[in-house]
Design a protein around this ligand. Sequence first.
Ligand SMILES: Cc1ncc(COP(=O)(O)O)c(C=O)c1O
Length: 381
Amino acid sequence: MQPFNFDEIIDRTKSHCEKWDKYQGKDIIPAWVADMDFKSPPAIIKALQERAEHGVFGYSAIDDETLQTIVDFIKRHYDWEIEKEWLVFTHGVVSSMNIAALCVKGESVATTTPIYPHFIKAPKFAGKEIIAITMKEENNRWSIDFERLEETITPTCKLFMLCNPYNPGGTVFTREELERLATLCVKHDMVICSDEIHADLILNPSAKHIPIASLHEAIAKRSITLMAPSKTFNIAGLQASFAIIPNDSLRRTFTQTMGSMVGGINLLGITAMKAAYQHGDAWLEALRVYLRENLALVQAFVAKNPKLKLLNQEATFLAWIDASALHVKSPYTFFLDFGVGLSDGTPFGDANFIRLNFGTQRAILMTILERMQNAMDSLKD
Ligand SMILES: Cc1ncc(COP(=O)(O)O)c(C=O)c1O
């Protein structure tokens, strides 16, 4: 018996909600931006209520107990021993990606594609060239094309931006893959900025998240690891995230680049983060069970529609579906016309794909899949 009710439907309209406001007044179910339709864990809600009751919301500060809570969470979940001093707080992982792209020297930045659009936007904003290596399909899973990466990297490329677990596609990189990438970074004297925001959302029970910086000292000292409780506990609107930078000099460069462009962390964000990391483990475990069952429904839907394709999705609540066999101009608008607002693959780098956010109540997901089936059936005549 699950102690948490993920089936409870929450009306998110009129709640300053980007996901649902987009299609306000239209019969379109949103399944795009990466937040979930669930309430956050009760411990977070309680902590926020208590903090709101306090009634004073001045500038924030992070206390030692919160720092220790983060250190403990990372040790408990990833067996990685970090130090409090390594933590740098920002309002979001995207801010940190931009700071990383700005602060690391070099004329170009390497990453993989298709990818979460800010991996391309951040280096561009920093005035850097982008070396984008297309992900390859291997053993029914999206993986890094290391040969291509090795061939393409140039001496002026001093930063690799990794997304692990991968968005979109849900790959959880193995120790071997991460070691190979780490070796490459050391060899080419590159810093690695590893966005691990989806780390807690591993759905494949035999996959394990390994922070690349935890591999060994040589990669740790050239790493900027980005984490947050935002995706995991559905608190993206509270804007609290952190970078873990073990190397003093790199950390100094990062914070100097940040300067006063990024102000103090959101007060309610700190409150929620502390409660999540202290008391959220049981909720998180139950969430993963629920998401796994949702993923199974998505997989079953794709299996009965041979014109759609979904590789082995190991993590995240975002299914990356290849719709190229539909031969429609835009798979995104094709499904939109049947009342489902998916993410368009175009900004990720492949217009033939759509991304389905299945972090929603089972009943809503069933309606989404029914509507998508209607769209598929319309092609059969
Ligand atoms: C890989 C990845 N990084 C970063 C973000 C956004 O992070 P934040 O809201 O903390 O800026 C997302 C949101 O979808 C994401 O998928």
